[in-house]
Design a binder for this molecule. Structure first.
Ligand code: PHE
Ligand code: NA
Length: 447
């Protein structure tokens, strides 16, 4: 009996760790803070919080539940579930756009993962010790302007990802995140404490939570929704793939709540750590993708024990980025492996090389290719915008509509362990609020 309980606990725990490992990454710290800064602060944050709860939660649960039924890669899962429910196999296109999104995202994610590696090394050798805002800013610009350095770090990050996937040690990483994720939270708390002592914490708080609704437009709302999808790893079939490992014993709604609370808490802490530093040093909140790579080294370089804390922080950030990157590579590899004659290793190499090449284009867009534009955006911005604002919402929308159309209501109610009343509420959310929300935000954002 005791043994059984333990086995169940560890399978549940393993699942939560895998899902949280995918969710918690650069999106929470790097992307959340730079998007918040760029989008003017609180209005963005509040819309993001609404999207996470009203859209993210139901879609996360829907993806897990579809995956638990289908037990295959996202494309085959969608095709087979659809045809067994008398629907068109064209639903598989949701799986296809999800895999495409994962491929595109990993290419630039790896470039930023490379920055994190670079800053880990920079912290070890004390590059930031005692430097002022201008110098730290100049160091970042220098990195951006140096394609060779960016190439080396992007390649190093990709090699780590391939090494881990090829050696099949992802389970070990998940186990490690049980210690390393709390460690990341502790370091963020240290940084928040540093921010509190800076005298600019109040300013950061009001920047993040006291909205100027006048600044809100369709673009900001769409950006906030895109961030919700990105940070929760939704709309890529990744959570769907994880659902296929799910035992019947896992309570989907409460697990989703746990993952979402953890992911959101880390993002908010990152914001509370970064914005006091921004205001205390007269930096610009709308600095862009470099925001954490300027603010954080500045803080670590000027606090006592900062060298070791900075090293730990960037190591943990790199680790979090790696677990997310692995989850991004997985659906691409799995799809190639099941749909071509490639072996596992072959599929890993082919996907990784393709991702790496696209990543090279993304990193060149910070320097020599900065004037190569698609729809007015450089390659990096285009990849980021096209995935988070278009592919992810549309794929997630497809998943939630499929869920409501195809899965039997009474069965779903039992599977979600809801009583009639709570199920009515759930149904309202999954059937109307989430899909209509996505459609409205999407359309107003594009117009
Ligand atoms: N959710 C991850 C993050 O916040 C990024 C990611 C996106 C991972 C999509 C997997 C899939 O960093
Ligand atoms: Na995240």
């Amino acid at each position: 009996m005791a043994k059984l309980a333990h086995a169940q606990w560890s399978s549940k725990m393993g699942f939560v760790l895998a899902a949280a490992g995918s969710a918690v990454g650069l999106g929470n710290i790097w992307r959340f803070s730079y998007m918040t800064g760029e989008s003017g602060g609180a209005a963005f944050v509040l819309v993001y919080l609404a999207c996470v709860t009203l859209v993210g939660l139901p879609i996360l649960v829907a993806e897990w539940m579809i995956g638990r039924r289908g037990q295959k890669n996202p494309i085959n899962t969608m095709a087979e579930l659809a045809s067994s429910h008398g629907r068109s196999r064209a639903w598989a296109s949701i799986g296809i756009s999800g895999v495409l999104a994962a491929f595109l995202i990993l290419s630039f994610y790896s470039v930023i993962g490379g920055w994190s590696l670079n800053y880990t090394l920079g912290s070890v050798i004390g590059t930031f010790d005692g430097q002022d805002a201008d110098t730290v800013g100049a160091m970042f610009s220098e990195l951006l302007g140096n394609p060779k350095a960016l190439l080396i770090w992007h390649t190093a990050f990709m090699l780590l990802v391939i090494g881990i996937v090829a050696r099949g040690v992802t389970k070990g990483l998940e186990a490690a995140s049980r210690i390393l994720m709390p460690a990341l939270v502790v370091l963020l708390l240290v940084l928040v404490g540093y921010g509190m002592a800076s005298g600019y914490f109040g300013e950061a708080l009001s920047f993040m939570f006291s909205p100027d609704w006048g600044a809100l437009d369709g673009g900001v709302v769409l950006a906030a929704m895109g961030q919700a999808f990105f940070t929760l790893s939704l709309g890529m079939g990744i959570m769907m793939a994880y659902g296929s490992y799910l035992g019947e014993d896992v309570n989907l709604i409460s697990t989703a709540r746990t993952v979402i609370i953890l992911d959101t808490a880390i993002a908010l802490l990152a914001g509370l750590a970064i914005f006091p530093i921004v205001f205390a040093n007269g930096l610009s909140a709308s600095e862009g993708p470099g925001l954490i790579f300027i603010t954080l080294p500045l803080a670590f370089g000027n606090m006592s024990g900062g060298t070791i804390l900075g090293l730990m922080f960037f190591l943990l950030l790199t680790f979090a980025a790696l677990t997310s990157a692995i989850s991004l590579l997985e659906p691409v590899v799995e799809t190639l492996e099941e749909r071509t004659s490639l072996s596992r290793i072959g599929a890993t190499l082919v996907s990784a090389i393709a991702v790496w090449l696209l990543g090279v284009a993304a990193l060149l867009s910070f320097n020599v290719w900065s004037d190569v534009l698609f729809f007015g955006l450089n390659i990096f911005d285009f990849l980021d915008t096209f995935t988070s604002k278009i592919l992810l919402p549309l794929t997630g929308l497809g998943a939630i509509i499929f869920f409501s159309l195809c899965l039997d209501k009474e069965e779903a109610r039992k599977e979600l362990r809801l009583d009639i009343y709570d199920f009515t509420l759930w149904n309202l959310l999954a059937k109307y609020v989430a899909p209509l929300g996505v459609i409205v935000v999407f359309l107003t954002g594009l117009i």
